[in-house]
Design a protein. Sequence first.
Length: 249
Amino acid sequence: MPSLRAEDSVTAGTIFHRSHTPLSTWFAAIWLVTSSKNGVSAKGLQDTLGFASYETAWAWLHKLRRAMVRPDRDRLGDPDQGVIVELDQSFLNGDYPVTIAVERSAAGRLGRVRIQATTQAGGLDMIDFATEVITPGTTVHTDGALMLKRLTALGYGHHATPSTKGGYLVADIDAVMPGPHLVSSLLKRWTAGTLHYRVSQAHLPYYLDEFTFRFNRRNSKARGMLFYRLLQQAADTDPHPLAELIGGK
């Protein structure tokens, strides 16, 4: 029987490709990431698995973060079930603007979330983000930003609740956009408690992916299923060598 070529390896084309570490150690890392409600820092992963360098633990976590969000994931909202989407922006650590879209059911409960890093607060990329992640026909609840009225022409219902008028605050911002503001608060708490504020702009999208993965599975009572899901998605994710990770691409 002919021997397997390197390109025929069962790990080829996955994040495990060309790793000199046993798969059992990778599985342990995935379990640590998914079994903890708030995740694990690179230093924590290094200490637990006994890696010789912090860089190795950092790279492993970033490889796993790239497996946490499927490119073909379903869009938010369900107009047939009365699920709307609240859309707003916030600042992470006072420096990085992010756009947050979160579902709210007809009963008022929050559902899934999508978060995107942006370079400019209040920019038109909010519209592009909305059309990418929200199901057409869904009602989108926003603040009073005039540009968001464009959502109506793009096939969305649009409900605006202005928080300011004539430069004066006329409504409690937290009450106007309760979903995104709660998500923003939880995101800030997570980056402080788990990541210890070590979030760079170059890698911010992948930290947001991890938070999204956790938030959208916050009610799961089966950590084993989370482990299985991340392992499954890791097997469908490109290797992402260290040079690419450091470059932030």
